[in-house]
Design a protein around this ligand. Structure first.
Ligand code: AMP
Length: 113
């Protein structure tokens, strides 16, 4: 999608600190990290939010979670980590390209704000 900053990151038009990439997924460090490890894992296919996921994306969403687990292992997060998806306005989503926050390297607290 032409106007999407995460699509531009995937395309290399906007620089990013890449952590992982394969045919379907791109992962990069968040610009404003909220934890010692804060990686954004995104599908290369533009999907605006959770509600825009369709039947044919089922395998892709599973692949994203397998990628998250692989990235976490590579980054030494064996003690655990948090995966967050902010969805639409009330969910606190600021970029309209589905993304999974992978947060780790410290103890997380609950409930989230
Ligand atoms: P959300 O608020 O869930 O939509 O998350 C969007 C995230 O994207 C925020 O944590 C931002 O810090 C992050 N972000 C926005 N622009 C960039 C960028 N150019 N590079 C890396 N992270 C970004």
């Amino acid at each position: 999608m032409t106007d999407c900053i995460f699509c531009k990151i995937i395309g290399g038009e906007i620089p990013s600190k890449k952590v992982y990439e394969d045919e379907f997924v791109y992962a990069f460090n968040d610009l404003e990290p909220q934890a010692p490890v804060h990686v954004l894992v995104i599908p290369k296919k533009h999907i605006s939010n959770v509600d825009e996921i369709v039947e044919e994306d089922k395998e892709l969403i599973g692949h994203i979670y397998l990628s998250i687990s692989k990235i976490a292992k590579d980054l030494g997060l064996e003690k655990g980590y948090r995966v967050v998806v902010n969805n639409k306005e009330h969910g606190g989503q600021s970029v309209s390209h589905l993304h999974f926050h992978l947060l780790g390297g410290r103890q997380m607290t609950w409930p989230a704000g």
